[in-house]
Design a protein around this ligand. Structure first.
Ligand code: NAD
Length: 258
């Protein structure tokens, strides 16, 4: 079989969290285009259902929508159970849901800190460990986590200490899980996108006005497009990346190179 055929995900089943829109919607589309059946998992079930319908119509794959708050252990367990029941298994997942709270550290409330850490980091622990319990017992699998270039640099000028700390945590959690499961067939990797044009940036009243400043700092002079993250995730989910685990992939148009 040729390398491109080997990269396909025909017969594989997975889910993407935070997939109603943005980066998750684009990686879900890429997984389905590569042949996978999957669940669009999000708090916003109305948009998730619309996204599932669009991807199913475009690809002919079985795409379901599941409402789940990824910070809630019981809901994540129920979501994984539903994926296995409705799709017939679980081979890969993309723990992608996240938010960014922009507040100066000396003005940030503890509740804001906890909320950002809970949605961005606690959720990855829950999603990865609950998915892995199934994968470890059923022949293995591949887990992809969305970190950020903010795990590697401190973004300026906006203050976002909780976001940055949460994403650094995602990378260390990814590496820790990769080592724990390396001999047991479950691989764990992360992607670290640079600034990407999604609702998180384009629709944020605090971040949107900063885009021209970011672009002036960016070697490519532009934001990334969420579609530009699809192929790396298809690679990580599939069978040409079997020696790839514990790695973080920075996809940022060289933003963090200097
Ligand atoms: P987005 O706001 O466009 O989409 C995020 C999705 O996550 C939404 O559909 C939202 O409903 C869902 N979500 C939020 N909280 C949830 C919860 N508790 N349970 C389930 N779903 C929940 O954001 P995006 O830009 O697509 O970001 C996706 C991921 O990529 C996030 O982890 C983000 O931190 C990361 N990221 C984004 C950028 C960027 O510039 N956009 C850069 C680096 C990393």
């Amino acid at each position: 079989m040729g390398i491109i055929e080997m990269m396909r995900l025909d017969g594989k089943k997975g889910f993407v969290t935070g997939a109603a829109r943005g980066i998750g919607k684009c990686t879900a589309t890429a997984f389905a285009e590569a042949g996978a059946d999957l669940a669009i998992v999000d708090l916003d079930i109305a948009t998730a259902e619309q996204t599932a319908k669009e991807i199913a119509e475009a690809t002919g794959r079985k795409i379901i929508a599941i409402k789940c708050d990824v910070t809630n252990e019981a809901e994540v367990q129920a979501m994984v159970d539903e994926v296995v029941e409705k799709l017939g298994g679980l081979d890969f997942c993309h723990a992608n849901a996240g938010i960014c709270i922009n507040a100066a550290a000396d003005e940030m409330t503890f509740a804001q800190w906890r909320k950002n850490l809970s949605i961005n980091l606690d959720s990855v622990f829950l999603t990865d460990t609950i998915a892995a319990k199934y994968m470890l017992a059923h022949g293995g699998g591949s887990i992809i986590n969305t970190a950020s270039m903010s795990a590697h640099i401190v973004n300026v000028p906006q203050p976002q200490c909780a976001y940055n700390a949460s994403k650094a945590g995602v990378i260390q959690l990814t590496k820790s899980l990769a080592i724990e499961w390396a001999k047991r067939g479950v691989r764990v990797n992360s992607i670290s996108p640079g600034y990407i044009g999604t609702d998180l940036t384009l629709s944020s009243p605090t971040l949107q006005p900063l885009i021209a400043q970011w672009n002036a700092m960016a070697p490519m002079g532009r934001l990334g497009r969420p579609e530009e993250l699809g192929s790396i995730c298809v690679y990580l989910a599939g069978d040409t990346s079997t020696f790839t685990t514990g790695s973080d992939f920075i996809i940022d148009g060289a933003f963090t190179c200097f």
